[in-house]
Design a protein around this ligand. Structure first.
Ligand code: GSH
Length: 203
């Protein structure tokens, strides 16, 4: 059976949500952050050399990186293509761009804002991160438009990572200028599969 290594609190709940949407059976192993450093416990390094989450194990495969995990899970468990277009066409290329955009581009400025906030404000970090946050969240809101999901009227694999970024922006108090993104997040987090993920992953 597939195993997900889930670190609280962080992005792996969004992979658990995907597993619930797909109806895949899985074992969940939970880890807690060190309350002082907020880093993952050393046990995660016994699973994967990077010691980060999410990590999945499936049929002898050990896989990290949430975008790659999403792609793998959809390839294997979404045979009727409910959560993404077929590989190779233009719709798939655009979908892949949005799938990797979250971790590849949106996360860094959010991390800088997190560090700046923890430092009680930091001019150098904010000087870079503030316009980048505005650039990326303006871009995401522009793409979303009046749609329910990032690529239109149905949820795709790209929505899991984008929802994580939007939720992180919300936690950092950065979402106020983007009411449609707040609605988007609320819509996604109110899905029954997300409620099941929370029930499973958060005691
Ligand atoms: N790009 C990776 C990032 C993985 C990552 O940094 N995960 C965080 C949790 S949200 C983590 O494990 N942090 C603990 C640490 O670095 O000590 C992905 O998409 O999975």
């Amino acid at each position: 059976m597939l195993t997900i290594h889930h670190l609280r609190i962080g992005r792996s709940i969004f992979t658990v949500w995907l597993l619930e949407e797909l109806g895949v059976e899985y074992d969940l192993v939970e880890y807690h952050r060190n309350p002082e450093t907020m880093r993952a416990p050393p046990e995660l390094r016994e699973i994967h050399p990077l010691g980060k989450s999410p990590v999945i194990e499936d049929d002898g495969l050990l896989l990290s990186e949430s975008g790659a995990i999403t792609a793998y899970l959809l390839n294997k468990y979404d045979s009727d293509g409910k959560f993404g277009p077929d590989e190779g066409d233009a719709a798939w290329a655009e979908y892949t761009q949005w799938l990797h955009y979250a971790e590849g581009s949106v996360f860094v400025p959010l991390l800088l804002k997190l560090l700046s906030t923890r430092a009680g404000g930091h001019a150098l970090l904010d000087g870079f991160a503030d316009p980048e946050v505005a650039l990326h969240f303006g871009h995401i809101a522009g793409k979303l438009g009046d749609n329910d999901f990032i690529l239109g009227d149905r949820i795709t694999g790209a929505d899991f990572g984008i929802t994580y970024m939007v939720s992180m922006a919300e936690r950092l108090g950065l979402l106020e200028p983007y009411p449609t993104l707040a609605d988007y997040m609320a819509r996604n987090l109110s899905r029954p599969a997300f409620a099941r993920a929370l029930e499973r992953a958060v005691e």
